[in-house]
Design a protein around this ligand. Sequence first.
Ligand SMILES: Cc1ncc(COP(=O)(O)O)c(C=O)c1O
Length: 385
Amino acid sequence: MRKVFLSYNPPSIGEGERTEVMDTLASPWVTTGPKTKAFEVALMGYMGASGVVALNSCTAGLHVGLLAMGVGPGDEVLVPSLTFCATANVVEHVGARPILVDVCPDTLTLSPDRVAEAITPRTKAMMPVHYAGHPVHLDELDALAERHGVMMLEDAAHAISTRYKGRLIGSRSNLAAFSFYATKNLTTIEGGCLTGEAKLVDRARIIGHHGMSRDAWNRFDRSGSWYYEVVLPGFKYNMTDMQAAIGLVQLGRLEQFQKRRREIVDRYMLGLSGCDALELPIEKEWASSSWHLFVIRLKPGRLRVDRNRFIEVLKSRNIGTSVHYLPVHMHPYYRDKYGYRPQDCPVSTDAYERMISLPLHPGLSNQDVDDVVEAVTDLVREHLA
Ligand SMILES: Cc1ncc(COP(=O)(O)O)c(C=O)c1O
């Protein structure tokens, strides 16, 4: 058994990030400024996006994204039931109604069949989530969106480096919001960005910066002016140069991070493939996952332990895990406000009850992965029904 507790998902911060942060601290400009601009340009180049705004979270990106798209009171927005609460919360923030839609049983991403059933004349937008880094089936969702005049805002919190049919998420003209939170594949500790068509992204940028018609840092470099105008009552969602300094270094390391994630996933797949009582994650032939999460599910009736006990036993063996997520329709706020029952999104409810996210981050050694595999396979063998 492992002697040291294996953290579920610590960030991979190195010397390069520390040096850039110190450099920024020693510079005359520490908040939104030249490094934030450089980070936006680098992200634009990496993703092939026509517009990018760096923000202080993905939640901020989703919020200003909906506002830039003109979503508001009276509108319905389709949100997958299996997601982090922020995807639905921002719909409430803009006064629209989130309609919780079930996911596909294999990829756990928004189901195009359920979307087709949920669309009404009030549906203004859909917010597909590239769950765990696996892309949604964009062609099928695009076809529905086009047929019914529905806009799309991708929740790409898990999806930096995810590809759909070879194309990077973030390269499309519709808006997509990414998270650079501490546990994400690329981190700025807290942070995020919004990508998409330049005009829409520029509108979102203004909404996310007090509604000011100019960026604050432009007022302070030589070419800038002290003058600005407020064109709407915006929010304070800008990224700082301290965050961007970390992001720039992380972006340079992303390819190497992703290579290691894939090696770890291959090792898990090989090590766990003999456990018939487990359902392992899949990658569709049209998908290239960022492998943000490695979510396994206990097969019904195959084990004498439930998911919660499984997590406790792994913890007692010094393996940290997590659960992604308690579905939105089961949170008290959404359940009580809209009268959702667990059976309204049966795939999400069932997946939630059986799922465990195993440790997955580039800092894992082969020995760490083998320790997890050994703990899981022992547990399964000892508790077969
Ligand atoms: C699917 C999803 N959407 C949105 C968010 C919000 O991201 P942030 O913490 O950057 O606001 C997260 C964060 O974990 C997430 O997993």
